[in-house]
Design a protein around this ligand. Structure first.
Ligand code: NAD
Length: 253
């Protein structure tokens, strides 16, 4: 079913851990050439076990220069980009409205908005070429959030609105780039068991589980296949501009 992903060049930002790493592993298992990215300087140990061609690219994507350098390095290594996954992101800390200052605002927005916007901007010419040369659609998939749908927890309002911004700018990119055969879709996770939730008390985690009809957090491996589906032209060539929620029933928009 995913045979068209063989040899596809897939750049996954924020893929040294959690959802991004599980997604990278799945693409590698399906024969894709995978670019792994994170802020750390060393690759995650797991990628040594991945089949096929994988390369690690260290870059801080909260800076536009890091976004440009990442795309340049990936293209220098693999010769182009067929699939871009904007997954780098995070809470950036918790602050209620009255505690938000310029430094916090910039941190959250740079990490979640600037990163996806600038990586996509620099990737567009390569995605356009991929679509033209292959005759199939190229694909951009960004990681949104359930928080974009419901506003986020107290102190996470900026993060939630940054993800809502991401959900929305995709709708604009559909209008601008469908003529180039580039598709844009969002994977919107609910509560997934990653470092994102480290530091929460057992009590808070228990309350969160109780709000999920399936009664538990999701696993990164349960989110990863949705990226595969949205990347595969065979599976989703007529799907663009959509938000797919992977959340155990936590919210049904
Ligand atoms: P994680 O902390 O395990 O992974 C975050 C990844 O982003 C890491 O690879 C990290 O190196 C990378 N990263 C962080 N800052 C970066 C920067 N400045 N430049 C480049 N890379 C950077 O967390 P996760 O839960 O796997 O998060 C992945 C995505 O999923 C994020 O966008 C997050 O907002 C989103 N998300 C997570 C959940 C959840 O419950 N875990 C829910 C909704 C959305």
């Amino acid at each position: 079913m995913f045979s068209d992903l063989t040899n596809k060049r897939v750049l996954i930002t924020g893929s040294t851990a959690g959802i991004g790493l599980a997604t990278a592993a799945l693409f590698a298992q399906h024969g894709a050439k995978v670019g792994i990215n994170g802020m750390r300087s060393e690759p995650p140990a797991e990628i040594a076990t991945f089949p096929g061609e994988c390369e690690f690219f260290s870059a801080d994507l909260s800076r536009s220069a890091g976004c440009e350098a990442l795309v340049e390095a990936f293209v220098a290594r693999f010769g182009g980009i067929d699939i871009l996954i904007n997954n780098a992101g995070g809470l950036g800390g918790r602050n209620g409205l009255e505690a938000i200052d310029d430094e916090f605002f910039d941190r959250v927005m740079d990490l979640n908005c600037r990163s996806a916007l600038m990586v996509t901007k620099f990737a567009i010419p390569h995605l356009r070429t991929s679509a033209r040369e292959s005759g199939a659609t190229a694909s951009v998939i960004s990681t949104g959030s359930i928080a974009a749908r419901e506003g986020g927890g107290i102190g996470a309002g900026l993060y939630a609105s940054a993800k809502a911004w991401l959900h929305n700018i995709h709708r604009n990119w559909v209008k601008e780039f469908t003529q180039d055969n580039i598709r844009f879709n969002i994977v919107s996770p609910g509560s997934i068991d990653t470092a994102f939730h480290h530091g929460k008390s057992e009590e808070v985690l228990g309350k969160m589980c109780a709000s999920i009809p399936m009664g538990r957090f999701g696993r990164s491996e349960e989110v990863a296949p949705t990226y595969l589906f949205l990347a595969s032209h065979n599976c989703s060539g007529y799907i663009t501009g959509q938000v797919i929620d992977v959340n155990g029933g936590q919210i049904a928009p």
